[in-house]
Write a protein that binds this ligand. Structure first.
Ligand SMILES: CC(C)(COP(=O)(O)OP(=O)(O)OC[C@H]1O[C@@H](n2cnc3c(N)ncnc32)[C@H](O)[C@@H]1OP(=O)(O)O)[C@@H](O)C(=O)NCCC(=O)NCCS
Length: 168
């Protein structure tokens, strides 16, 4: 599948994030204290390096898009998108976070809306993701953006992840 990440958004510039971006990513992530309360451990530069390479079982690096959204030169959001996961018609959002300075202004919803529109355009039929059970901000945000719980979940040592999907 031919993916053009610049098509993920009209409102913001989207590009792949690299090692040189780690301090900007850390700065964005480390202010989202609530997220790490529900999804420990707290972010470190090393955990970002690990996330940049992390893949679900059976997936390969060429299906992974670890991208930043920029408003001019400012990194305002980070997304980890895995194509064809868990099946060829579905994309999986492994991580999505906006900078606290731009939160609660509709920007996160705009980014997800634009992404869903792009994915619809290339023929996908769903977007899947998980949120940590009990995180009020994440659950509210994804439900507001038309994701519905599938009744599936899995446990890690520290928390339970609820799986949800938006049909396109
Ligand atoms: C979730 C997140 C991406 C939303 O980004 P955003 O740019 O603020 O998104 P929007 O402004 O479009 O929507 C945010 C909504 O959440 C609501 N919200 C914010 N904090 C909340 C909280 N603690 N509890 C419940 N709802 C909350 C806002 O009121 C807003 O809803 P409204 O428009 O109906 O008032 C952002 O808060 C974030 O990065 N959080 C940390 C990471 C995270 O939880 N990511 C998702 C799970 S993987």
């Amino acid at each position: 599948m031919n993916i053009d990440i610049t098509g993920f958004s009209d409102a913001y510039k989207v590009r792949r994030l690299e090692k040189a971006d780690i301090s900007d990513i850390y700065s964005l992530c480390s202010k989202n204290v609530l997220y790490y309360k529900y999804c420990p451990p707290f972010v470190t530069e090393q955990s970002i390096i690990n996330d940049m390479k992390a893949l679900p079982p059976g997936k390969e690096a060429n299906d992974k898009y670890y991208v930043g959204y920029y408003d001019a030169d400012k990194l305002i959001a980070v997304m980890d998108l895995i194509m064809a996961c868990p099946d060829e018609h579905t994309a999986f959002i492994g991580f999505f976070m906006t900078d606290v300075s731009v939160q609660n202004k509709g920007i996160g919803s705009k980014i997800i809306e634009e992404l869903c529109s792009y994915l619809t355009g290339i023929g996908l039929s769903g977007v899947r993701l998980g949120w940590v059970r009990g995180n009020p901000q994440a659950a509210y945000f994804w439900k507001k953006n038309h994701f519905s719980e599938l009744g599936l979940s899995y446990n890690t040592q520290n928390y339970t992840v609820m799986i949800a999907q938006r049909d396109l």
